[in-house]
Structure formats: C-alpha cells, structure tokens
Design a protein around this ligand. Structure first.
Ligand code: ATP
Ligand code: MG
Length: 425
C-alpha cells in the first residue's frame, strides 16, 4: 500500500485568492482600469524577477526592504543574482530606460501585480501582496503632483471609500537633505541615551528613517528633532508651495506631516500617503511621491518622475470595513435538463442566449429536477429554463421566473425575445 502522502501547503504569508473573494479583485481591477485610462495612463508589464543589483542601487542599501525584506537568491543554473520584485517602480524605470521610452517623450504608466517582501505576516501585511503602481515620467510639476492627488481623490469617490486622510511632506533635494541630515545626527548624538537599538544603528547610515520610528518611547525625541522643512531652499519651497496651493484650489484636504519620509532612498520633493482609519496599524493604503533622482541614477540623464503605489489588499480591507464591496455577481439563466435529447437542446439554447450577452449556466451531470433547481438557486439565477423529453419533442421550454415563482411555456422561436424583454424590464 502506498504511504499516506504528506500534505503540501502554500508558502507562509502568500495567500491563495479563492472564488469566494476573487470576484472582488476582478471588480476592483475593472474600476481601476477605467479610472486610469480616464487620466491617460497606459499599461506596462515587467517581469517579476529582476537582477538584485537593480533594487540595491535604486531602493538604497540602508532601507527596510533591502536590509531585511528581499527574496534574493542565486540562480543555481547560471549563478545570476536575482530578486523577486519588492516594488514596481525600479523595474518600470529599468524597462523605460532600456527601451528608450523617454526619448523626446513623456510617459504615464500603470501596472498591477504581485510584490514580494519577507515581513511578518499579519492583517494587511503579507509576503506576497499586490500593488497598483502609477508612474508619470518627464513632468516637472508641481502641476502633475496636483493631478496625481486629484486622481487618487477621485478614485476614493468612485469606490465610495471615506475616512482616508492625505498626509503630505516635502523632502527637498539632496543637498538640503544632507544639511538636515547633519543637523539630525548632531541632535540625536546629543540624546544618545534615548535612542533604541535600531535608531543607534541608523544614526550614521539613514538618520532620516529614525523619524519614522514606531517606538512610543522615542516619540517625544523625534517630535522635537530638526525639521527638514527648515532646510529647504527657494526652489524646493516654491515647489512645495505650488503643490499645496494647487490642492487648496482643488479643495482637497491634507495634513502636513514633517515626519513623513517614505521608506525608500529615491524620493525627493513631494511625498504623500493616504492613511485609512479602518486598518489598525497597517493603515497606509497608498504611498508615493517624486523620485526625479532615480531616473538619473538608472539612465545617466536628468529627468522628472512621480508615482504612487496602492496596496490592493489594504484597499479591499478598508472597502470591506465600509461595506463598499460588490456582492457576488449572480448568473442570469440556469438551464435545467434531463431526458433523451435534452442536453443537446440545452447546449443550443445556451449558445443562443450567450450570443445575446447573457450569463448562462447549463446544468451538467444529470440529477433530479429538484436538485437541479437547487443549483439554479445557489447560482442566484433569475430565470431557469427547463428542458425535458416533452420540450425536446415540441421544440419549446418551460421558463421559470425564480423570484416571482411563476412559470410559462415558451416556443423556442419566441425565447430570445422573451428573455430580452424580461431582462430589460
Ligand atoms: P509600511 O510602512 O506599511 O511597511 P511601506 O512604506 O513599506 O508600508 P510602500 O513601499 O510605500 O509601503 O508600498 C506602498 C503600499 O503597498 C503600502 O502603502 C501598502 O498599502 C502596501 N504594502 C506594502 N508592504 C505591504 C505588505 N507587506 N503587505 C501588504 N501590503 C503592503
Ligand atoms: Mg514596509
């Protein structure tokens, strides 16, 4: 006798999306596609694997992602150092540069797909999760910075999502951040005794990230730390002021959060996050900002870039909390059939009705009429067609209006018209 097979289960933190919820993903993705095309964005699809170097160079060595979250491995077949993408911006810019898409042109791009980060799985945080990413390339701003916020604000309206707060900040340019960084290091050095282990480690590598700490004991310390805004030069200030004036004119509410620094190294000037009140501690639904320096880093040429990513699991969780998800779409027509010739007639009718655009499920596998009607109910069908041997002989069907509990006998030749009238009324 064969040994009992050992059950193989999925990888921790990587979820199966089953039919019980996958229709919500399809619904959301449809909405997103229409919304993106309304703003002139085009789809780009890049591989899930990239050379590891792409991420270490673009995201930055001293970031959460590169330090401890990347799925990196050596391809045993040829020794290549590869990484499952932890985010989509780096790969997108890599592809744009590789295919020269910014030659005398701007680009407005979007993508949806899985991202991979080795984090501790919990509600709203997974090891494989999905992002919608949007990248607008070649636009100096701040007009595009305003449009990006406008379109996100519009998306929340389209989805009926409320309770998302917009937080904004300005990260200035590299020199301004350097001057601020020195002031920060000096400040934290004066208060060494108040720093936790992580902060001590970051003090000379990425002190800006200390401002992002979630440690309650350090909140007062970081609250009083020197603010980057005080180090902004004229140009950066003008960009920030222009962005805010644009948002004011559009009547979009925002909160200035000087501690908003974003996790990755490549950001400059405008950065923002949308935070949901329904998500507990994994509360950021969408994060983004300008990353002009990344394009130069990967292409050798100065250019402009701004983008954002929405965490789709978190977006769906907040929509669910607000009862804004669609209910599972039902089928229009279920075809109950039994007896000699019934299945053949059912196939023909089903095709006729599908050609008209209806969602038609034909009962397969036989069984009593009673059990077939149960199935029709479980699919939420509004109409059932019943075909038995008698119907085959007379070329007619029994049509059952499920909710109304009525039934009628219809000649095959009248069926299309009857069904069309029924669904249009
Ligand atoms: P967090 O501070 O929550 O770790 P992050 O700054 O690492 O977020 P980004 O890199 O800005 O996140 O990614 C954009 C969005 O992707 C986040 O706002 C969030 O909605 C989603 N996201 C990021 N990491 C995860 C994850 N591990 N699981 C699910 N969603 C995630
Ligand atoms: Mg993170």
């Amino acid at each position: 006798m064969a040994e009992k097979a050992q059950k193989i289960v999925g990888v921790k933190g990587m979820n199966d999306l089953l039919p019980a919820t996958s229709y919500q993903w399809l619904w959301l993705e449809d909405k997103l596609r229409v919304w993106l095309s309304q703003y002139g964005y085009e789809n780009i699809r890049t591989p899930i694997l990239e050379n590891t170097q792409l991420f270490t160079r673009s995201i930055g060595e001293v970031t959460d992602i590169v330090e401890k979250e990347m799925y990196s491995f050596i391809d045993s077949l040829n020794g290549d150092a590869l990484t499952l993408r932890p985010e989509g911006t780096a790969g997108t810019i890599r592809a744009v540069v590789e295919h020269n898409l910014l030659y005398n042109a701007n680009q407005k791009l979007w993508y949806i797909g899985p991202m991979f980060r080795h984090e501790r799985p919990q509600k709203g945080r997974y090891r494989q999760f999905h992002q919608l990413g949007v990248e607008a390339l070649g636009f100096k701003g701040p007009d595009v910075d305003c449009e990006i916020i406008l379109m996100l604000n519009h998306l929340w309206q389209i989805l009926g999502l409320s309770g998302v707060e917009l937080q904004i900040n300005c990260l200035g340019n590299k020199d301004e951040r350097l001057a601020h960084r020195e002031a920060l290091i000096a400040y934290f050095e004066q208060h060494q005794e108040l720093l936790d282990e992580e902060a001590k480690r970051r003090l000379h590598t990425n002190p800006l990230r200390i401002l992002d700490t979630k440690n309650p004991a350090m909140q007062e310390l970081v609250g009083n730390a020197p603010k980057l805004l005080a180090y902004l030069g004229e140009q950066s200030q003008a960009h920030y002021t222009g962005w805010k004036a644009g948002l004011d004119a559009l009547k979009i509410a925002y909160v200035e959060n000087p501690r908003l620094v974003r996790g990755l190294d490549y950001y400059n000037l405008s950065v923002f996050e949308w935070v949901s009140s329904d998500l507990g501690s994994q509360s950021t639904v969408c994060g983004g900002g300008r990353y002009d320096p990344l394009v130069a880093e990967l292409s050798g040429k100065e250019n402009y870039a701004i983008g954002f990513a929405i965490g789709l699991e978190r977006l769906l969780l907040s929509l669910e909390a607000q009862n804004k998800l669609i209910i599972k779409p039902a089928c229009d027509i279920y075809i109950v059939n039994d007896g000699v010739g019934a299945a053949e007639m059912a196939f023909n009718l089903a095709q006729e009705l599908r050609t008209l655009g209806y969602k038609v499920i034909q009962h397969l596998g036989g069984g009593s009429f009673k059990s077939q009607f149960k199935k029709a109910d479980s699919y939420g069908a509004r109409l059932s067609l019943v075909i038995g041997e008698n119907e085959v002989k007379l070329n007619q069907v029994v049509l059952k209006l499920m909710a109304e509990q009525k039934q009628e006998l219809i000649a095959h030749t009248q069926l299309s018209q009857y069904v069309t009238n029924f669904f249009n009324s």
